[in-house]
Design a binder for this molecule. Structure first.
Ligand SMILES: [Zn+2]
Length: 422
């Protein structure tokens, strides 16, 4: 059965997005809702209120993941899950993550408005700490849920002020009692902004990623020797910041040296004691390597790690490296991708096949159940910044695709469990 006349309420979707954007609003038009901050709590409170307004069955697990379930006709059938995240980067944008959660909320409202009963239950989710900027690594809510990350390891992660994840989760009142572990799921959808320029350049409305690149995160800690900058000659210094500077450029040239098909970035650095007249003795920086080819990313890391060790030895600094986090590339479910493309065609939206260069909770969900994503265009390809923007028309278009995709999956009657065992 086709529902090509069905569409979400664009004005209502805009309204919920605008209301959510008030929480943690920044002067530059973005939002700052760092994971487990007071703003994250307020966003969660509003989200939970909206779930109760829709009479959903609300549950919060021990990682603070929030679920809202709309019961289907047949309780034996496994549910369809859809959602994303409400946390943000420091001075981040209003759409990253939020669009997927509010988009799913709008889908549920539309389904309720029309009294459409689905065979399967539909569960909306807000995953905890997708961003990983306050507590590394990213995507830990879905990571623990899927079984890829250990709960207690995540609980003990600390922010830059030494605050523990678990303590902050309790402080904001979102450490739920339900075990955070995977359960049978029919399929998972995540609607998200593209966070890149390809859709806009190609003048397409919907991005259909075939999957997500692999993500490798590393932390590098250097130790040199502090001293007064004036009386200490240049020869014989053990300047940890200069060692880091050389290493950062090695990261920047890595994709070129490896022959492309990857990106590599140092995005965060701490310099100690960070005083203009003391030679820096301690530096910490992060490395982020992504590629569609897992082996290529690992070979790149091997090469740059050797570069780091050579530079540290030459500059008389000690080096400690933490291999913080790895997520393999995630090829999405081919049938779901096909269905999404069919829906975009029927709705008259031009689509673009692509690969997601950004990590998403869909990476971990893809390890548990058939998964796919829907992308909306990012204006000027900008994301993780305050000016991040997507037109309301495009927000609506993606939500319409999500609506039809969810209805399609939630009405498929196959009983067989699709829970992946690997
Ligand atoms: Zn996101």
């Amino acid at each position: 059965m086709k529902f090509s006349y069905l569409h979400v309420n664009e004005g209502r979707l805009q309204n919920t997005l605008e209301q959510m954007a008030k929480i943690g609003a920044t002067s530059g038009g973005g939002v700052q809702r760092l994971t487990l901050s007071n703003e994250d709590k307020l966003a969660r409170d509003l989200f939970v209120k909206w779930l109760y307004d829709l009479n959903l069955e609300v549950t919060i697990d021990e990682m603070g993941n929030i679920f809202g379930k709309q019961q289907g006709k047949n309780p034996i059938l496994h549910p369809v899950i859809s959602g994303s995240h409400l946390d943000s980067q420091p001075k981040g944008g209003r759409f990253d993550g939020t669009l997927g959660v509010m988009g799913t909320l709008e889908v549920l409202k539309t389904i309720q408005d029309l009294d459409l009963e689905t065979e399967r239950s539909i569960i909306i989710v807000n995953w905890t700490n997708e961003e990983g900027s306050r507590f590394a690594p990213a995507m830990v809510g879905s990571g623990v849920w899927s079984g890829a990350l250990k709960r207690d390891w995540v609980y003990n992660r600390k922010d830059i002020d030494g605050k523990r994840f678990e303590d902050e989760l309790s402080r904001i009142g979102y450490k739920g009692s339900i075990p955070c572990q995977k359960r049978p799921v029919y399929c998972y959808y995540e609607y998200h902004i593209e966070q890149g320029p390809l859709l806009e350049r190609a003048k397409k409305t919907i991005g259909v990623p075939k999957g997500i690149v692999c993500l490798h995160w590393y932390d590098v800690y250097l130790e040199g020797e502090a001293n007064q900058v004036g009386p200490t000659p240049m020869e014989g210094r053990h300047d940890a910041l200069c060692a880091a500077a050389e290493m950062i450029l090695k990261v920047n040239t890595l994709p070129n040296r490896m022959g492309g098909n990857m990106v590599a970035t140092v995005g965060e650095i701490q310099n100690h004691p960070n005083s203009r007249n003391i030679i820096p003795d301690k530096v910490h920086f992060t490395v982020d390597i992504r590629s569609w080819d897992d082996d290529h990313a690992l070979s790149a890391w091997k090469l740059v790690r050797q570069n780091f060790e050579d530079i540290a030895a030459r500059r008389g600094c000690t080096i400690r490296i933490e291999e913080t986090w790895r997520v393999d590339r995630s090829p999405f479910d081919k049938k779901m991708i096909h269905e999404i493309k069919t829906i975009t065609d029927e709705l008259g939206y031009p689509h673009l096949d692509m690969i997601s260069g950004a990590g998403h909770d869909a990476s971990y969900m893809n390890q548990v159940c058939p998964t796919a994503m829907i992308f909306a265009p990012s204006m000027s390809g900008r994301s993780h910044v305050e000016i991040e923007n997507t037109s309301w028309k495009d927000c609506e278009a993606g939500a319409n695709v999500l609506l039809h995709a969810i209805l399609h999956s939630a009405n498929e009657k196959r009983v067989k469990s699709k829970l992946r065992t690997h």
